[in-house]
Design a protein around this ligand. Structure first.
Ligand SMILES: Cc1cc2nc3c(=O)[nH]c(=O)nc-3n(C[C@H](O)[C@H](O)[C@H](O)COP(=O)(O)OP(=O)(O)OC[C@H]3O[C@@H](n4cnc5c(N)ncnc54)[C@H](O)[C@@H]3O)c2cc1C
Length: 356
C-alpha cells in the first residue's frame, strides 16, 4: 500500500508501473471481523486500488497473476495477457486451504479473501430470518476467535439469543499462545455463549455438515473456515525458490534469493533470515523497506534490510465492544483494548483513504 501511495515517484524516474489485482478494491483484513458484525461498513475497511493507481497515472489491470517466468521476465495473467517486467513486486497474500471442503458444498465461507466475510454476513442475516440457527467456525487460532465473537455480535444485534455459535478448534484452542492468554480467551468465549469443541480435527466440511476425526457428525446451518493460512501458490506453480510453506523465499532485502529483480512482502513471502508469523504487523512494517528497495532496483541505490521486531502487540476484537490485549506475557482485556485496536486500525486506513 505504501508503494501504491508513492507510485508517482516511479513515474518521475521514467518507470511504467502496472498493478494487477483481482478486484478494483482491497479490503484491510484487520477490520474484517468487525465488518462481519457490522461494526464497520465495507467502505470503511476498503482501499480503492484502481482509482488510486489510475489517479497516479499508472496502469491498473483487474486480473490475476497465474505464472511468473523469471527467465523471460514475464507474468502470465488469468486473462491470458502476458506482462513484461524489469522489476517485480509480489504482494499476493495468503489463502485458506480448502482440502477438507467438499467442492460442491454450500454455505461455507473461508475468512480469506475478506470479501467472503461480506457474503457470509448477508447469508447469516438471511438464515436468521428463518429462525434459530447454528453457526460453526472451523479453526483454532485468533482468526477463529474474532470471527466467532463477531458472528455472535451479528446474531445478537438481530435480536436472536438462541442461535448456537461453536468453534471447532481441533485438539486445543489457541494452543500456540500462553496459558494466561488461553484462560482469558476461554473466559470471554464462555461469557459470549460460544462453545469451543476440542475433541479432534475436522476432516470434512460440506453443506450443513462437519465431520470430526473420531467420526462424530455436526450439522451447522453455515460454516466459516478460519484454518491457518498458506502463502499464495503462485510461486510454487512458477517453480521459483520457495520456503517450506510455499512462500516466495526472500533474503533480508525482501528480494528473491535467486532472482534479484523479484521482491515481495506480507503473507506471501518466506523470510529466509527468520520465520515470521503471518500477521499484518510484519506486512505493514515491510512496506517502507519494499518501497525503498523497489526504487533502488530500478534507479540504483542501496538496498535496505528488513529487521523484524521480536515481540509485537496483539489485540483481538471480541465483538462485544471489548478487546483482549497481549504483548509478551502481559495479557489484559476491556473496552479500552478494543478502542485502542479501533484507533490503530482506523489511523492505518485513514492514511490511505486520504488518497481517495
Ligand atoms: C480474519 C483475519 C483477521 C486478521 N486480523 C489481523 C489483525 O487484527 N492484525 C494483524 O496484524 N493481522 C491480522 N490478520 C493477518 C493479516 O491479515 C495478514 O497478515 C495481512 O493481511 C497480510 O497482508 P498481505 O498484503 O500480505 O496480504 P492480503 O491482505 O491478503 O492481500 C493480498 C492481495 O493480493 C491479491 N491477490 C491474491 N492473489 C493474487 C494474484 N494471483 N494476482 C494478483 N493479486 C492477487 C488479493 O486480492 C489481495 O488484494 C488477520 C487475518 C485474518 C484472516
Amino acid at each position: 500500500m505504501v508503494t501504491l501511495a508513492n507510485l508517482e515517484r516511479f513515474g518521475e524516474i521514467g518507470c511504467e508501473v502496472t498493478v494487477v489485482q483481482p478486484g478494483p478494491i482491497h479490503y484491510y483484513s484487520g477490520m474484517g471481523p468487525g465488518m462481519l458484525s457490522k461494526m464497520y461498513s465495507p467502505r470503511e475497511i476498503s482501499f480503492a486500488t484502481r482509482d488510486i493507481v489510475e489517479r497516479k497515472h499508472s496502469v491498473f489491470l483487474q486480473d490475476k497473476a497465474e505464472l511468473i517466468d523469471p527467465v523471460s521476465k514475464t507474468v502470465k495473467l488469468q486473462s491470458g495477457k502476458v506482462l513484461e517486467y524489469n522489476v517485480l513486486s509480489c504482494n499476493v497474500g495468503s489463502f485458506v486451504p480448502d482440502k477438507i471442503v467438499a467442492p460442491q458444498g454450500e454455505d461455507i465461507f473461508p475468512v480469506k479473501p475478506i470479501a467472503k466475510l461480506l457474503e457470509a454476513r448477508e447469508r447469516i442475516q438471511e438464515l436468521l430470518k428463518q429462525g434459530d440457527c447454528s453457526f460453526a467456525v472451523v479453526g483454532g487460532g485468533p482468526a477463529a476467535l474474532e470471527i466467532a465473537a463477531n458472528v455472535r455480535r451479528l446474531v445478537k444485534d438481530q435480536g436472536n439469543d438462541a442461535t448456537e455459535v461453536a468453534i471447532f478448534a481441533g485438539r486445543g484452542f489457541m494452543s500456540a499462545f500462553s496459558r494466561r492468554l488461553r484462560k482469558k480467551v476461554s473466559g470471554h468465549l464462555q461469557k459470549l455463549g460460544i462453545r469451543v469443541i476440542e475433541q479432534g480435527y475436522v476432516t470434512q466440511v460440506d453443506t450443513r455438515k462437519i465431520v470430526l476425526e473420531d467420526g462424530s457428525l455436526w450439522e451447522p446451518d453455515l460454516s466459516l473456515l478460519a484454518l491457518g493460512v498458506r502463502p499464495s501458490s503462485l510461486f510454487e506453480e512458477s517453480e521459483l525458490p520457495t520456503g517450506p510453506d510455499g512462500g516466495l523465499l526472500v533474503n533480508k532485502y525482501l528480494q528473491s534469493v535467486e532472482y534479484p529483480e523479484i521482491f515481495g512482502g506480507g503473507d506471501c513471502i518466506c523470510f529466509q533470515p527468520k520465520t515470521l508469523d503471518k500477521v499484518g504487523v510484519y506486512a505493514v512494517r515491510q512496506n517502507s523497506v519494499l518501497l525503498n528497495n523497489l526504487m533502488s532496483a530500478v534507479h540504483g541505490g542501496e538496498l535496505q534490510s528488513f529487521q523484524p521486531q521480536g515481540k509485537y502487540m496483539l489485540i483481538f476484537n471480541t465483538g462485544d465492544g471489548k478487546g483482549i490485549f497481549a504483548r509478551g506475557s502481559l495479557v489484559l482485556d476491556g473496552k479500552w483494548a478494543f478502542k485502542l485496536k479501533d484507533r490503530v486500525d482506523r489511523k492505518f486506513m485513514q492514511r490511505f483513504k486520504a488518497l481517495e
